[in-house]
Each structure stands twice: as C-alpha cells, then as structure tokens.
Design a protein around this ligand. Structure first.
Ligand SMILES: [Zn+2]
Length: 205
C-alpha cells in the first residue's frame, strides 16, 4: 500500500492544491458528467488523461474487454447495464462512448481461450461470442497479424449495437438528446480511431 499512499500524498500536495476551488465546487453539488465511457479494465487505459478531461466530466464504466451486454433485464445482477442505466436515465449524459483498445487481453482470451478455467471471466466474454464467430468464420482471409485487431473492432461494433437494444438509450438517440459512438485506442501508435457508421469503418481522428 505504501506506493499508493505516497502517490495520494503527492496528488494532495500538487494537483489537489492547484485545483482546490474546482474540487470544492465538485463536492458541493451532485455529479453532472457530460460523457459516459465504457472501456476495458486494462491498467494502461487512462481514460481521463487520454481525453485531457477533468474530474466530474466522464462517468467511467469499466469491464473486461469493454463489452456492452445486450439489454436483458432479469433477476441477476448486471453491473455494466446498471451503470449504463444510471448514466443515461438518471445522470442524463449527452454522449455515450465505447472505448476499445489495441492489445486487449480480454479479446485475446476470447479468440484463443486459455487453458486455465475461470469462474467468471470466460462466461463474461461470452457476450462477445457473435464477434468471435465472425472472426473465426473469416479464417485465413484475415492476416495473422490482424486477427486480434479485427476481433477488437468487431467487438466494438457489437457493443454499439447492444447499447441500442436498451430501450431508453434508443429513445434518447431517437430524440437527439444522446449520441452513441465507438472509439479505438492504439497506445503503441498513439492513435485514436472513430467508428463511422455510414462507411462501417474506423477513421483516425
Ligand atoms: Zn482490454
């Protein structure tokens, strides 16, 4: 814990002190983020930093492989769906983003399931089974070096489609009060791609 506590002290001395008034304002009222971002748990994805955002701007939802499950209300607990509902129906964010990334361990496990059995990970990744099927069906058509990236982009397409299966997401998209987009981050290249629905392609931004 020492490293974390030391880091917090440094944060309090520097960033917190510099932005004290802002933190006080944030603490005084309820959060009112403009953006909801679903991204991967991957420790290398520092969402606030890559968008140069400030505390209070992004409602961040993280899970393995940045998956948006389809709308399936039932008796079970749905962490990601609950967070999406909170962001869209209660906080009323104006922009919903699914942020995928290169070198995703979750997508790798989806395409090449590891030998080790898991209690939760493999069944969570089943949300992306349709994307896996499409990648496998294309077989040799995909260059070996592009397989992982193809899987990551296919999963993003499905996450976007799944987001629209939530009726209150679809309603707000319909009335123009909510935008829904997908982004793909390649840290190695320092590149961000935006999904273009019309062209069904990811373009560098
Ligand atoms: Zn990942």
């Amino acid at each position: 814990m020492e490293r974390l506590i030391e880091g917090f002290r440094r944060f309090r001395r520097t960033y917190f002190e510099e932005h004290r008034a802002r933190f006080e304002r944030l603490a005084e009222r309820r959060q009112h983020p403009r953006y909801a971002v679903v991204t991967c748990c991957d420790s290398r994805i520092d969402t606030t930093r890559i968008f140069d955002a400030i505390p209070g701007e992004i409602f961040l939802i993280r899970n393995i492989a940045n998956l948006v499950p389809p709308y399936r209300p039932d008796e079970r607990q749905h962490s990601t769906s609950a967070a999406i509902e909170y962001a869209v129906r209660i906080l009323k964010v104006g922009q919903f983003v699914v942020l995928g990334h290169a070198g995703c361990g979750g997508i790798q496990a989806l395409l090449d399931p590891p030998a080790q059995a898991t209690d939760f990970v493999a069944s969570w990744l089943e949300i992306a089974a349709p994307a896996r099927q499409r990648v496998l069906a294309r077989g040799d058509e995909i260059e070996p070096g592009q397989r992982q990236r193809t899987g990551e982009l296919e999963v993003l397409r499905d996450s976007l489609d799944n987001a629209l299966t939530f009726p209150w997401v679809a309603e707000r998209v319909e009335d123009g009060s909510l935008l829904v987009d997908a982004l793909y981050l390649d840290l190695e290249q320092g590149e961000l791609l935006l999904y273009n629905r019309v062209k069904d392609a990811f373009d560098a931004v």
